[in-house]
Design a protein around this ligand. Structure first.
Ligand code: AMP
Length: 497
């Protein structure tokens, strides 16, 4: 058995407790250790150690996902989760960029990824088959070994791989466990994607580190989520603002007796968290009136884990993201490194053991991302009475929609391949439900409707990247240098609505 990493040592101490429930089954920590050992043994296939080889995996949120993630880690590999909603070109990009040694997929997804595996000559392995492999001796792992690469959109057109080690992941998790008071008695419902830091670290990672139970639903469905919230068995829930907005509208549509039952379940929970995008005050207030819970808003990023959080005990200030989490250092400085006063908008920079190591195979991007050892988040804040407020991204090219961060430039690349589009600019437009919606401003040669554009884009872009607003213009607003003026486009779109 690999004994060195605390996550697995802790799991052994908690052997009989339930780690995961999914698909109507409960799985103990002992079972998870056994099945992940099977995955590790199969991946090793006679080798002593994967030595940081990347394994991409496409497994739906649920028990098998966790067994595969732990299996890759225990074999000494780097886990690269693939997005369930990503179309083939995006999966292909991740495989290529990460230099994957193999793809692991759920039995139901093997055919989807088979062409990618075959064209690259990569082994394609079924998660359930791996789990049943006979155990072998597993390598001893050092905490500074690379553990995971998560792909995140930057200001350049293609996503970058954020590399974290086991030590980084542990620091990200333990900071939250301490701040939010996780214990083995907690039970959390998981409704988030598992190729994103929120779902992987804040929910799954914290639950398993704490010996708590993480429940999965087969797919996101507001009524099913409400049933679980109403059950009174959950102690924690975490989601992006878009999900809270959907739950609010589902609550509003059920009869009063159901509303009471739903609300009663929420009142029994100890903590509900929102993050990954700004939480509109209207959502916070409506949720409070429905559930009796004041959502705890926090701020974080794939590259740093979580950085700022409202308190578990004490006042949670609307529109604010609180103070630095344990182990996180935050600074606000100008280009010369001089501190900037609290009330002047300034980018925040972050340092600490939870900050990522580097972007995979991108030394230049990594170098640009740091200033004197501090990570430049690109998020602009002010500090009011000691608590931080996020004003937005310093770059207009990052759109936060439904908790997903997407690059406008990347969507533009795809739109430009449309036969009638001659010019395009993509911007995020503020929206109460989605945080931001993806809006496309286009110059076209022939008639194009939003519906037609969306149909076409669906084959080529992940759903959340498909524009939901369309503005047709004769000319894109540009400055004297020919550079497209995105703030002007945002104004035009806002005026049109
Ligand atoms: P990601 O790396 O996909 O988790 O996206 C991180 C980005 O989401 C940050 O850089 C922020 O721009 C944004 N973000 C995360 N949490 C919040 C929040 N509570 N309020 C506003 N923006 C947030």
């Amino acid at each position: 058995m690999s004994g060195t990493l605390p996550l697995f040592a802790r799991a052994r101490d908690l052997a009989d407790r339930t780690a995961i429930t999914s698909d109507g089954e409960s799985y103990s920590y002992a079972q998870l250790l056994e099945d992940s050992a099977g995955v590790a043994a199969a991946l090793l296939d006679g080798r002593a150690n994967l030595d940081g080889a990347r394994v991409c995996f496409l497994v739906p949120p649920g028990y098998d996902y966790v067994a595969v993630q732990w299996g890759i880690w225990r074999a000494g590999g780097v886990a690269v989760p693939l997005g369930m909603m990503h179309p083939l070109p995006e999966l292909e990009y991740t495989l290529e960029d990460s230099g994957a040694m193999a793809i692991v997929a759920d039995a139901g997804l093997l055919e989807k990824v088979r062409p990618l595996a075959e064209s690259r000559n990569l082994p394609l392995l079924s998660s359930r088959v791996l789990m049943s492999h006979e155990p072998v001796a597993l390598p001893v792992l050092e905490p500074d070994r690379h553990a995971m690469i998560l792909y995140t959109s930057g200001t350049t057109s293609k996503p970058k791989g954020v590399v974290t080690s086991h030590a980084t992941i542990q620091a990200q998790i333990t900071s939250l466990v301490e701040a939010w008071g996780w214990t083995a008695d907690d039970r959390i419902l998981h409704v988030l994607p598992l190729h994103h830091i929120h779902g992987i670290i804040n929910v799954l990672g914290c639950a398993l580190w704490s010996g708590a139970c993480c429940e999965f639903l087969p797919k996101f469905d507001a009524a099913a989520v409400w049933e679980r919230l109403a059950s009174g068995r959950l102690s924690l829930f975490m989601a992006v603002p878009t999900i809270y907005a959907r739950l609010i509208s589902a609550w509003e549509q059920v009869p009063e007796s159901e509303q009471q039952r739903y609300s009663e379940g929420c009142r029994q929970m100890r903590l509900m968290v929102s993050g990954s995008a700004a939480l509109p005050v209207t959502t916070l207030e409506r949720w409070r009136s429905i559930s009796g819970q004041t959502l705890l808003e926090r701020y974080g990023m794939t590259e740093i884990g979580m950085g700022l959080s409202n308190p578990l005990e004490g006042e949670r200030v609307p529109r604010h993201v609180g103070r630095p989490l344990p182990g996180v250092e935050i600074r606000r400085v100008d280009n010369q490194g001089e501190p900037v006063p609290d009330d002047v908008p300034c980018e925040i920079q972050v340092r600490g053991p939870g900050v990522f190591e580097h972007y995979w195979n991108r030394p230049e991007a990594t170098e640009q991302a740091f200033m004197d050892g501090w990570f430049r988040t690109g998020d602009v804040t002010v500090v009011e009475d000691g608590v931080y407020r996020i004003l937005g991204r310093s770059s207009v090219d990052i759109i936060k929609t439904g908790g997903e961060k997407v690059s406008a430039l990347e969507i533009e690349e795809v739109l430009r391949t449309h036969p009638v589009i001659t010019q395009c600019a993509v911007v995020g437009v503020e929206d109460d439900e989605w945080g931001e919606r993806v809006a496309a401003c286009l110059v076209v040669e022939e008639e194009l409707t939003l519906e037609g554009l969306r149909d076409w884009a669906k084959q080529r872009l992940a759903v959340y990247k498909v524009p939901s607003l369309l503005l047709l213009v004769d000319q894109l607003p540009s400055n004297a240098m020919g550079k497209v003026q995105k703030p002007a486009i945002k104004k035009l779109i806002a005026g049109q609505e």
